[in-house]
Write a protein of this length. Sequence first.
Length: 366
Amino acid sequence: MSLGMRLEKRFVVRLVAVLAVLALLATACGDDDDGGSGAELRSIELGLSGGSLAFYGFFAADSLGYYEDEGLDVNITPTEGSSDAAQQLVAENFDIAMGVPDAMLAAMQTENLYPFFTYFTSEFRDWVVPVDSPIQAIADLAGLRQGVSTLQSGEVPLVRYLLNEEGIDPQEDIEIIEVGDAPPSIQAALEQERIDSFAGSASHVIAINSAGYETRSILPETFASGLPVEGLLAREPFNEDDELLVGIARATARGILFCQTSIEACIDAIGQDRPELVEDRELAVTTLENYYTFSTPPEENGELNFSPTTTEGWEHYLGVYSSGEDPVVTDPGAIDLPNLVIEDLREAINDFDRDAVIEEANNFGG
């Protein structure tokens, strides 16, 4: 090698070294995406099955920076419902999405989706009759008129399943009538005896009860509590990233605990980024109280046990939604739930300083 070539090579090596040092200095001195903590946040697309205060845990976690604490920049997108959320998850518009079992199980017939966190921990639908009705159970409904919000609504597969369980043919032995999803229209249908019972959102039932019209639930106890109802599912390859799944779930669990510690602090926190949801503060309080009923996780050793997601629970719903003459799930054998449901993250999801969250809620200043 000639002297000129050696000098040229030495110059290039030194130049590369200088450029590398300058790049490191620029990184160290530059602004970080997470406000200067030194770690870049990971962007995640999260789809929810709606955008109301029902999803307070997510909205509070977002406003309070709990996702950022987990190293995540979570973009929350409300959808038109669980079916929409499932379709967008399958289409890879979302990395993680939330939806009810019927919609998600329908999608899981052709795509592997992985449940890992339960948000609504008890059935948020109810089946009621007027408080003085002679009807005592679903078995008494043969030959009568059953109200639902719409024939496309999520309660219809459940209604058909439970009727079939009692030997009542939903097509022949009972009339299923649409009454709309506005509480006044549901109440009017019951008062005017256009329907004998109503199955639908428990929040609607609570609303008509609050208006002075008393009802009585005939929903079987097995559906009233203790089953995973609506939660988060991941698509591939995100299902293999335990750190991501735990981070999303743990931050959301902190949001739930914050809100259930202080409803006023919850409203203030959510109002920072989503003021339209809490503009009517009195209504926001009532709405949150209703949804706390369905999103409070079970206790274990004196503490709330977040994410009670189980294969057993999902298999229960698979049985529900693959039964009857017109099932939501037509190929239940295509869904390998034991290899899809992620149950081993619970300890990590619950591993956070609860006292710190409670203190933050009790001292929150908005």
